[in-house]
Design a protein around this ligand. Structure first.
Ligand SMILES: Cc1cc2nc3c(=O)[nH]c(=O)nc-3n(C[C@H](O)[C@H](O)[C@H](O)COP(=O)(O)OP(=O)(O)OC[C@H]3O[C@@H](n4cnc5c(N)ncnc54)[C@H](O)[C@@H]3O)c2cc1C
Length: 370
């Protein structure tokens, strides 16, 4: 009987694991892959996480992260361009490096890892029973669901969003190119937008969100990129100087930004499992880390003060809503402005002219230092 089982070892799962194990709790983390591994993500993290990261002994600059303090946004034709400083700023680092680093810290903190297996079923009666893909059954007092945007477990739990199809597809490359290392660019194209930023070891992340229909229309990712993504002159310039570092891109489908619940069947959801912000607003990773900080803090109190599960669940849902609900809503509304040639051109033109509006938008989509 463990204190806490965590399903999923992305940023949310790993941060929860580190904090809880350091507080002396018995923690098991189940992750279906083996570290290190690549993930579809724009790999730009807002600096709001830095004080908390430092308190955990995580120093991204020592891993070679690039410091980013400028934003550029272009319309699909490239005719309208917004350039602005990022007040809070952020850093670029690959998930390959960052998640692996957190995994190593978690191992040192005493977390037990089960890697290369999935959690296929979670049942709650008086305590939790978690069934793994090899048939093993584990038991615990609490379960944290940190299994990301979409998992087989969402089906098992019959969560609302999983029964609706979502049109969004995410594609990621690592490249070498000629590009400023302190800039994050967001270039729009027909039916999508693409982020570009520097990560460690002189490399760059190129990651975009588009729709399934856009890829179908052109028959393949490659053809769609030629006909839409690289029609944006900024993207064309990046491609001309680029060396692509993978044979194939990382791709994920059915990305849903629909609202989710922070607690379901007594499972405490953290990170994307509780709600995914549109990447246009760029801070899903900071939110995953922040939600893990809130949740692990409450779990420590639950064990120390012998709270009931009801109290823990109620406080977590309250704090999650207070911290993230507005941000997710702004993200969903902002997303509507992009993708269409006309709307995104207009949005960039307005934001370029009305600088306070652009600043306000960036402020609302970034969180506060925590
Ligand atoms: C196209 C795109 C671009 C993005 N760009 C950015 C960006 O630039 N900046 C930013 O801050 N955010 C960005 N995000 C969002 C960011 O990637 C997520 O918010 C972040 O990864 C959330 O972390 P997580 O720990 O919640 O989930 P994840 O990192 O997805 O981790 C979930 C883990 O659970 C594991 N898992 C799933 N099911 C099971 C199971 N049944 N058993 C065991 N393990 C399981 C998975 O293998 C995975 O490792 C982007 C998202 C998309 C789609």
């Amino acid at each position: 009987m463990k204190d806490v089982i965590i399903v999923g070892g992305g940023l949310a799962g790993l941060v929860n694991a580190i904090v809880l194990a350091r507080a002396g709790l018995q923690v098991v983390l189940i992750e279906k892959k083996q570290y290190p591994f690549h993930k579809v993500c724009g790999e730009y993290i807002s600096n709001e996480v830095l004080p908390f990261f430092h308190s955990l002994g995580i120093f991204p600059e020592q891993l070679g992260a690039s410091a980013i303090n400028r934003l550029q946004v272009s319309s699909p034709s490239g005719n309208n361009v917004l350039n602005m400083p990022l007040d809070l700023g952020g850093f670029g680092i690959s998930r390959y490096t960052l998640d692996h680093h957190l995994y190593q810290i978690a191992v040192k903190a005493g977390v037990t890892f089960i890697l290369g297996k999935t959690a296929d079923n979670i049942d709650f009666k008086t305590h939790f029973q978690v069934q793994l893909s090899d048939g093993t059954q584990l038991e615990s007092n609490l379960v944290i669901g940190a299994f990301g945007k979409r998992s087989k477990l969402d089906k098992q739990l019959n969560r609302d969003f999983i029964n609706k199809r979502s049109p969004y597809v995410g594609v990621k490359y690592h490249i070498q190119t000629v590009f400023p290392r302190d800039l994050i660019a967001l270039h729009n194209f027909q039916d999508g937008y693409c982020g570009v930023c520097a990560i460690e070891e002189g490399k760059y992340n190129l990651c975009y969100l588009t729709s399934r229909d856009n890829i179908k229309r052109y028959g393949s990712i490659e053809e769609m990129e030629k006909e839409t993504l690289y029609k944006n002159p900024f993207m064309q310039a990046i491609r001309q100087n680029a060396r692509f570092l993978y044979e194939k891109p990382e791709v994920i489908n059915e990305i849903s930004f629909s609202p989710k619940k922070a607690v379901e069947n007594h499972i405490l959801m953290s990170g994307d499992t509780a709600g995914l912000i549109t990447p246009l607003c760029g801070n899903g990773m900071a939110m995953a880390i922040h939600s893990a900080k809130i949740l692990s803090g409450l779990i420590i109190l639950y064990f120390k003060e012998q709270w009931t599960k009801e109290k823990l669940e109620m406080l977590y849902q309250q704090q999650w809503k207070q911290t993230f609900a507005t941000r997710l809503w702004v993200g969903r509304q902002t997303q509507r402005l992009f993708g269409s040639e006309w709307l995104s051109s207009m949005a960039v033109r307005i934001l370029k002219t009305v600088k306070p509006a652009a600043r306000l938008l960036v402020k609302h989509t970034h969180g506060e230092v925590f």
